[in-house]
Design a protein around this ligand. Structure first.
Ligand code: CO
Ligand code: ZN
Length: 333
């Protein structure tokens, strides 16, 4: 069974892009007892290392940053104006609860005069219950970020929560790292600023120079009413990525992952993600180039505060990451 308490703590830790410190501390608490070394680099990436004997290195990467909102202005009545941090849909941002790092809570709504139809984030505001600029400015500053709050919902094998993207993969990487046995050096990297342009993973891969990077992120699916067709469905296993907007995964890397899964009876699906990039691409381009692939967890309603996954896919992703570490032969030129 999965460690529900750990999963909830990782899902709810504050950490919008560029402000990942709290999330990093929470994750560090879970990986440190199993690591030979844990450190943060200059960008804030959290890196946990387990030493092996083969002289080869596998890097795993899951991003710990979250999408959210950043305060651009505070008006005379104490309402906050905002811009997006990462891919935030204006319509999905209305009528939500948000929280700031210092615990200040608020609710979102929009200027109703122009209507909701072509609504942009310029019409969105946050009500933090204040009546003046001074009262609001005492709680929140321009430049502060907030994240969306919603419940952790259990629906049979399905789990719904904000920030499955990508905390579900952070939790999966923690679980895999805790139980991993490998003759290779293992670098579990919890990356920063993925949602604003894959900024953390490249620096980490450049510094580590791994023989193989395996990113873990959420991916889309094609199993809800009238959505864009996609072969991925929830409950059918972790996916082995072929392509997304940031990367074409080399056949050698895909075969490596598929073979590792098949040998152990781990369920996997092929994945082509039409839109959206991942750390996979940033790691691939780092330094002189890196063998880079991705194990994804199929997710419904990505970037809405009710992202929904299947616990069996989560467990398959953990098993597949662990399996890759056990393989003696890594992809080579
Ligand atoms: Co995302
Ligand atoms: Zn993601």
């Amino acid at each position: 069974m999965f460690d529900k308490e750990m999963l909830k703590n990782i899902l709810s830790a504050f950490g919008p892009s560029g402000r990942e410190e709290t999330a990093s501390e929470v994750i560090k608490g879970y990986v440190a007892p199993y690591a030979d070394e844990v450190y943060n680099d200059r960008l804030g990436n959290l890196i946990a290392v387990k030493k092996g004997t083969s002289g080869r290195k596998i890097m795993y990467s899951a991003h710990m940053d979250q999408i959210g909102l950043i305060v651009t202005d505070i008006d005379e009545k104490g309402f906050l104006r905002v811009s997006n941090v990462g891919g935030v849909s204006p319509v999905i941002s209305i009528a939500r609860e948000v929280v700031f790092k210092n615990g200040t809570r608020g609710v979102t709504y929009f200027e109703t005069e122009k209507g909701i139809k072509d609504m942009t984030l310029a019409q969105l505001f946050i009500d933090i219950g204040c009546e003046s600029y001074e009262e609001a400015a005492a709680k929140v500053d321009v430049g502060d970020m907030c994240i969306f709050v919603s419940n952790f919902v259990e629906m049979g094998n399905k789990l719904s929560s904000p920030y499955m993207d990508d905390r579900i993969a952070c939790a999966a990487l923690v679980e895999a790292f805790r139980t991993m046995k490998s003759e290779h050096d293992i670098y579990a990297v919890f990356t920063v600023q993925e949602e604003v342009g894959l900024r953390g993973a490249g620096a980490a891969a450049f510094a580590i120079e791994p023989d193989l990077n395996i990113s873990c992120d959420v991916t889309g699916m094609g199993d809800i009413p009238n959505c864009t067709r996609m072969s991925v469905k929830l409950g059918a296993g972790a996916t082995v990525k072929a392509m997304d907007s940031s990367v074409i995964v080399p056949v050698k890397v895909r075969e490596f992952l598929k073979n590792a899964a098949d040998k152990r009876g781990i369920k996997w699906q092929n994945e082509v993600l039409r839109a959206g990039g991942t750390d996979t691409g940033a790691a691939q381009r780092a330094g002189k180039g890196t063998f880079s692939g991705c194990v994804s967890i199929p997710t419904r309603y990505i970037h809405a505060p009710i992202e929904t996954i299947d616990i069996r896919d989560y467990e398959a992703a953990i098993a597949l990451m662990r399996a890759a570490a056990e393989e003696k032969e890594l992809p080579t030129v």
